[in-house]
Ligand binder design. Structure first.
Ligand SMILES: *Cc1c(COP(=O)(O)O)cnc(C)c1O
Length: 226
């Protein structure tokens, strides 16, 4: 194994260990927390190293980049688990439903409708997370907390979407914990069992507040290109 590959294997083990410790600290079962290795904009040899280390759960933020990286591997590695963590455009819903096992970025009505149409057409039902704009930032995607209950109900009841969880990206200049707590509260009152929250800088906090999916990129692979 090359030095770089060795490094990535160590990072995976180290982050997994911290996730497990954080989970146990709040009496959660570490097995309930999935570590998504966010491979966007990473050189392919790093991703190959993570695969060789046995990691199977990956996240991407662009459909086209994900197709290039994963379409062939998908056929070769049956237990791959692919998550779209970035914004989805409605005209990419077809490709996204074809490729991904989970989509974390259901952030507006048009996207929900496009996904509903494709899921019905393809008969593939990726797990869906509703993205909430917990900081109510005008430039950021996501449903406002005050509109969350109605949006989630509409997705489930009117569109028959397989919504299983909620996702957030806290404002960069704020403590993430109150945002994670708010996300957990909204998910709980809507009976959504899964929480996608926590990135390289704050995944341990997120696990302590109930994350079932942490999305870790640079801490695992190193700094991104471009
Ligand atoms: C890039 C990205 C991540 C990973 O970020 P790191 O800080 O590198 O861990 C997580 N979630 C989303 C939505 C992202 O776009």
């Amino acid at each position: 194994m090359s030095d770089a590959a060795q490094n990535i294997a160590e990072h995976i083990a180290g982050i997994r260990g911290k996730i497990d410790t954080a989970a146990r600290a709040v009496e959660r079962d570490p097995a309930q927390v999935s570590m998504i290795a966010v491979s966007k904009k990473q050189p392919d040899d790093r991703v190959q190293a993570a695969l060789e280390a046995g990691h199977r759960v990956y996240g991407e933020n662009r459909v086209q980049e994900a197709q290039q990286r994963w379409s062939e591997r998908r056929a070769q590695i049956p237990d791959l688990d692919l998550h779209l963590v970035g914004a989805l455009q409605s005209n990419k819903a077809k490709d996204a439903v074809e490729l991904f096992d989970a989509i974390h970025s259901v952030d507006r009505e048009s996207v929900a409708k496009a996904l509903s149409k494709e899921i019905a057409r393809q008969g593939r039902r990726p797990e869906l997370f509703v993205q909430l704009n917990t900081g109510e930032e005008p430039q950021k995607a996501g449903i406002a907390p005050g509109a969350a209950d109605a949006f989630i109900a509409w997705c489930r009841d009117e569109l028959d979407l397989p919504v299983v969880g909620a996702m957030c990206l806290p404002p960069v200049d704020e403590e993430p914990a109150p945002h994670f707590a708010l996300l957990a509260k909204i998910a709980a009152r809507n009976a959504l069992p899964k929480l996608s929250m926590g990135m390289s800088g704050d995944y341990e906090t997120a696990v302590k507040l109930g994350a079932t999916h942490v999305r870790v990129g640079s801490a695992l692979f190193g700094a991104r290109e471009g």
